[in-house]
Unconditional design. Structure first.
Length: 326
């Protein structure tokens, strides 16, 4: 929303397939595929930024076939509980757990977020899954500090993510690798920003854009990102709640489709709202209602609705602690 308001052209579900280069090997743009219809396009650019998180190495390989990855992957796991386990607005930090990691219990969207783990993995996955041992570790550690000890049946959602950590090439635990971000520019001019943390994303973006402007030889004044407010969503009526235990409404679904490029049920329940991360079972229950609302907005048929419900349920099962397979 904020980027578009400032003149950016936004594309969704546009998969980059290759990088265009001139005769000297300098990157001159990207080629991409619109994944819903399969149409292919190309766009020229004076500079290209690779900000693809745990998948940044794939794009760097497009720029340079001899590229040697500098990323080490670490999986972090979080559990979500009812707010009763940590009432109030104060977070709890456990500075040293049995494996030496820090554990946090944080009030979040009227729930409690507990995590995280740090497990080295070989590659980035689109849908990383928590291991039973990781879930047990968080439950065991949280139970030592919370007045009411959470159990497996209390878990409303369990989710995992992959951290892209910049490695020096020396074997080491991922927990010891820097969480600072790194900026790389290869010989073809591709700007890659990687590493870092969610809490520093604005600084990461500033550094990446400043470098791209330099490569593109743009007249560039000081960045304004430190004072730039993120645009909040505007209401669209339809105030009826989707679920009595959550603040999300029918209007949020409609706005997500009309104004925020939502194309799937997962877009709405995982990314435009946080239902999947707050309560996986409730999100599964809402999938048919959300699919029907989206179908009306997108002019989709009953087959699309059925496919969306099936697809979302398959993904959401991995976020439930009682029905998922390990």
């Amino acid at each position: 929303r904020t980027a578009e308001r400032h003149g950016a052209v936004i594309l969704n579900y546009a998969r980059v397939t290759s990088l265009g280069k001139n005769g000297t090997g300098t990157i001159t743009g990207v080629e991409f595929q619109e994944v819903e219809r399969g149409d292919r396009y190309s766009v020229s650019a004076s500079a290209v930024i690779n900000a693809t998180g745990a998948f940044c190495s794939k794009v760097q390989e497009m720029a340079d076939e001899s590229f040697k990855p500098v990323i080490a992957y670490s999986r972090g796991v979080h559990l979500v509980f009812d707010r009763k386990f940590l009432p109030g607005e104060t977070a709890l930090m456990i500075p040293k757990t049995s494996d030496g990691r820090i554990l946090f219990c944080i009030p979040w969207n009227n729930h409690v977020l507990v995590g995280t783990t740090d497990t080295s993995v070989e590659a980035a996955e689109l849908e990383p899954r928590a291991l039973e041992t990781e879930i047990a570790f968080i439950l065991r550690t949280a139970a030592e500090y919370l007045a009411t000890k959470p159990t497996r049946s209390d878990i409303l959602s369990v989710f995992a993510g992959i951290r892209p950590l910049v490695s020096t090439g020396v074997a080491a635990k991922t927990s010891s690798l820097s969480r600072g971000h790194h900026l790389f520019v290869n010989a073809s001019g591709l700007v890659t920003i990687t590493g870092g943390k969610w809490t520093t994303y604005r600084r990461m973006a500033e550094d990446a854009v400043d470098k791209a402007a330099e490569i593109a030889e743009l007249k560039w004044s000081a960045s304004t990102t430190s004072d730039l407010r993120i645009q909040t969503p505007s209401g669209l009526g339809e105030a009826e709640l989707l679920h009595p235990g959550f603040p999300y409404t029918r209007g949020d679904v409609i706005r997500g489709v009309r104004n925020e490029m939502a194309r799937t049920v997962e877009d709405i329940l995982a990314r435009r709202t946080r239902m999947l991360f707050l309560d996986a079972k409730a999100a599964i229950e809402l999938a048919p209602k959300v699919a029907e609302l989206m179908a009306k907005e997108l002019d989709k048929d009953d087959v699309w609705v059925a496919d969306q419900i099936k697809s979302f349920r398959a993904t959401a099962e991995n976020y439930t602690a009682t029905t998922r397979a390990f």
